[in-house]
Every structure is written in C-alpha cells, then in structure tokens.
Write a protein of this length. Structure first.
Length: 113
C-alpha cells in the first residue's frame, strides 16, 4: 500500500471515529488547532516538531499525517531531512527506521503537489 493510500485510509478511519465520539474528537481538533496556530513559531515549524515526535513515537499514521501537513506548509525535502536527523538523535535505531518511512512518504506525497 502506498503512503498516499495509507493516508487516505487513516482519514477515512478518523471520519468514522469522529461520528462515534464527536465531542471527544471535536475537543482534540480544537486542541490541535490551538497548538499549531502561528505564534512565536510558525505553523510549518510546529509541523516539523510534530513530525519529529511522530517518528520518535513510531506512529506511522502520525508520520503520514504530518508529512502531508509539512508539504502543505511548504516544507522542503532538505528541511524534512534535518528534522529526521534530530528525530534519529532522540530515538536511536527505531527512529532511523521510521525516518526512512517518513522520507519515503515525503517523496511520494510531494510528487505533483
């Protein structure tokens, strides 16, 4: 399954979850919007942080979600590569493996975007 397909599947699963627990889901969305809003850090910088944490926590669905957000925010491959380097520093071997998935997702998802 491609990363684009995985991301589409994740989005569909989240739509289902939203219907089951709308108040909880809505509360999470509200928190996410507040946390990622422009402030001392730009939205793009905050997405880089979220991507690094997703790698360190080994959440593939989070990785594809934040790779997509980084692309929409104008993040470059070089910037993502530096984020992944820091994620590897903080999470060791597992971070290395998930960083490889993250850069593959970036390459695939940024094609023709």
């Amino acid at each position: 399954m491609s990363f684009k397909e995985k991301f589409a599947e994740t989005r569909n699963n989240l739509r289902t979850l939203r219907k089951v627990i709308p108040e909880t889901f809505g509360g999470f969305v509200q928190m996410e919007q507040a946390a990622s809003a422009e402030g001392a850090l730009t939205h793009k910088e905050k997405e880089f942080i979220a991507l690094g944490i997703a790698v360190a926590l080994r959440c593939e669905d989070c990785i594809t979600s934040h790779v997509s957000a980084v692309i929409r925010a104008g993040g470059t491959r070089e910037e993502v590569s530096e984020v992944l380097g820091t994620a590897i520093q903080m999470s060791g071997g597992p971070g290395l493996m998930y960083s490889a998935k993250a850069i593959a997702a970036f390459d695939e998802m940024s094609e023709n975007s």
